[in-house]
Ligand binder design. Sequence first.
Ligand code: MLC
Ligand code: AMP
Length: 496
Amino acid sequence: MSTNHLFDGLLGARESDSRTLLRVPAGASWSYAEIVELSGKLANLLREQGVKPGDRVAAQAAKSVQAIALYLATVRAGGVFLPLNTAYTRAEVDYFLEDAEPTVFVCDSARAREFEGIEAQVFTLDADADGSLIPASNSLPVEFENLERGPQDLAAILYTSGTTGLSKGAMLSHDNLLSNALTLVDYWRFTAADVLLHALPIFHTHGLFVATNIIMICGGSMIFLPRFDLDAMIEQLPHATSLMGVPTFYTRLLADPRFERELVAHMRLFVSGSAPMLAETHVQFEATSGHRILERYGMTETNMNTSNPYAGERRAGSVGFPLPGVEIKITDPENGAALAPGETGMIEVRGPNVFLGYWRKPEKTALELRDDGFFITGDMGKFDADGYVHILGREKDLVISGGYNIYPKQIETEIDALDGVTESAVFGIPDPDLGEVVAAAVVLEAGAALDQEHILSALQPLLARFKLPRKLVLLDKLPRNAMGKVQKNILRDRYG
Ligand code: MLC
Ligand code: AMP
């Protein structure tokens, strides 16, 4: 039998396991064996569609068990899974399709018309499993001989934006994903008794790889919510042992009077990441629930890098220690020289979790991934005296809103291209719910007949709604320093 590094590691031992892997609040549930069978049918379909080892399967699909099975099917067929945020517009998706050239593209039926005529074979998959994908695989066998794939073979591409405004596809290998999930199962003590309340989207590292891969490995189960919804959270928390979320999950729970100590007294673990959590949230959460949130730090390119300890002190405002097998180095951003503990600098990461490079962008890879294997994260931080890592800022121009990364450059490029605009600056301003939200300062050409409303409506077909500026100010000129660089810190202070 051929080996498929990631699939064997995730589900190799559970192909005929009748225990529940996943259930939805309405009551339906799927066993490990059923999900493996569904992935077998879908893998047969992908092969029938011509998917060969290394070919991409892109999906902009709602969160569903079938979408998880599609991820597994792609891995089994030797393909490369490429999940896309469901909020991306046609214009945004076009870029990914052109760059990644998938063999198969799966999208929601409601949007299928938009993608008529594209190169890839298009199938549809809706939140309720309607659409053409499942019927097309129904009559195919559940048996599928997995394609041979080794640790270094590509398993997924996740796009992450860059400072140039153009997204780059982070290439993740079978072992990047498997080694990190195995480490986390151990570090966070996941067992078959765990029930994870899963309310994250499944088009990012956090919800797709960290959450689901961990559960498959430990043999536990998931309560699968379509999205974060407070009523559903309050209803399902009593049935869960663990939760993974972005800080917004925790601040929203804390603001709800139904979120009380008794509701979660039975729970084992709350994990937070993807965006900075205020120390204040950490403290308040413990006071209300009696649990200390375990904060960890990760990235699309590296999976998880550091984590607060399970048993030791979970330190508010810190992201904990480098995970076993992961090295963290703090360096001088000017010359890459290693800095001493206590000094603030660039966070660099090396380990089996670090990606293979950017898809078809060797020049970008060379800028961020050093020859010795260290990845330059763009995050600034330090080690404290006890070896805990603290993130103290970002060198990359990035807004993190509710755990979504938004690159100002992409938005500035679209605003600057509008008729009547001279230039713009996009920056993050604090927001009590989402951590940060996007704001824009725009300079118009003399006499331009544009206002805020026109600008926002012109941006709508171009940018996913979560990227649209929540605040837009018109200025005569942008503040600049002596070098001519726009001073976003001044804008942030003035309008934040
Ligand atoms: C939704 N909206 C957002 C937003 N989410 N705006 C800014 N930032 C966000 N994160 C907008 C929508 O466009 C919509 O706008 C309005 O808010 C309501 O939409 P919604 O779908 O009802 O939103 P809501 O349920 O409030 O979603 C908020 C959220 C969600 C925080 C629950 O964004 C979320 O689940 N975030 C998790 C992101 C994540 O998984 N990140 C991991 C990345 S991996 P309008 O205009 O239409 O009204 C990574 C590595 C690592 O970073 O370390 O993990
Ligand atoms: P992404 O590109 O979506 O994978 O986002 C990764 C970025 O999210 C990191 O480079 C950090 O800037 C940020 N991030 C992730 N986890 C944390 C955390 N616990 N605290 C602060 N920032 C975080």
